[in-house]
Design a protein around this ligand. Structure first.
Ligand code: TIU
Length: 228
């Protein structure tokens, strides 16, 4: 055991890197770059840019300490058979899921916009989970991957804080995983939702998990963070 202690809200917690996965949620061009799904929904996509460098810091940290790294992508089959009409109806009528945009068909697997941004490109051997919904557990093989690796704790980052990060953390919490959300490595189109979204996770003594910063995560690997 090589337990690490991390400063967090509502209080410090511990994790075993061998039983911890870094999950990077939906850092795709469709959400972070103009012309994709995020912009089609009426959002200013530049507001997610602050999450990129902290996500990169978390990726480097996880790789340096041999933690499991899992990337997720939200998107649909080219025939949209897995896209519920209630979801397809979102956004400007001319730029809905499956429509042609400057980065290819919006939120469709295999299109340029569906890809993870270059700064956070997955390494060979890092699982990439394609998910049709907001939560990374819904209709995916994430749970069996985590169980097969005996994962107990998740370091969670990505976009957006109050949508796919929140849904995934709620799903993970119900399944017994200890979630540490890296706040500065998450982003939202709505600064207020980002702030309150993080507060909701840590409120009530950590009702869904803990919230820490990427600097806290880095510091947890200093000698002072080593508890056993
Ligand atoms: N719209 C929004 O805030 N988010 C999404 O649609 N998906 C994710 O959060 N990935």
């Amino acid at each position: 055991m090589n337990m690490r202690q991390i400063n967090a809200t509502p209080g410090p917690t511990t994790f075993d890197p061998a039983r911890t996965a870094l999950i990077i949620i939906d850092m795709q061009r469709d959400f972070l770059e103009p012309g994709g799904f995020g912009e089609a929904l009426g959002n200013d996509v530049s507001s997610l840019a602050t999450a990129v460098a902290p996500c990169r810091r978390m990726l480097d940290l996880a790789r340096a300490h041999d933690m499991l790294v899992i990337h997720t992508r939200e998107g649909h089959r080219p025939d949209l058979a897995d896209a519920p009409p209630a979801k397809v109806e979102r956004g400007a009528p001319s730029m809905r899921i499956g429509d042609a945009g400057p980065m290819g068909r919006i939120l469709v697997r295999g299109q340029d916009g569906h890809g993870i941004i270059a700064a956070l490109a997955p390494d060979a051997g890092e699982p990439v989970i394609d998910k049709p919904g907001k939560g990374a557990f819904y209709q995916t093989d994430l749970e069996i991957m985590l169980h097969n690796r005996r994962i107990e704790s998740l370091l969670v980052c990505g976009v957006t804080t109050e949508v796919c990060v929140h849904t995934t953390v709620r799903e993970a919490n119900d399944r017994g995983f200890r979630c540490i959300v890296i706040g500065d490595a998450c982003g939202s189109y709505f600064p207020e939702f980002h702030r309150v979204g993080l507060e909701m996770i840590a409120a009530q003594g950590g009702i869904f998990g803990w919230v820490a910063t990427s600097a806290d995560a880095v510091a947890s690997f200093d000698d002072g963070g080593h508890t056993t």
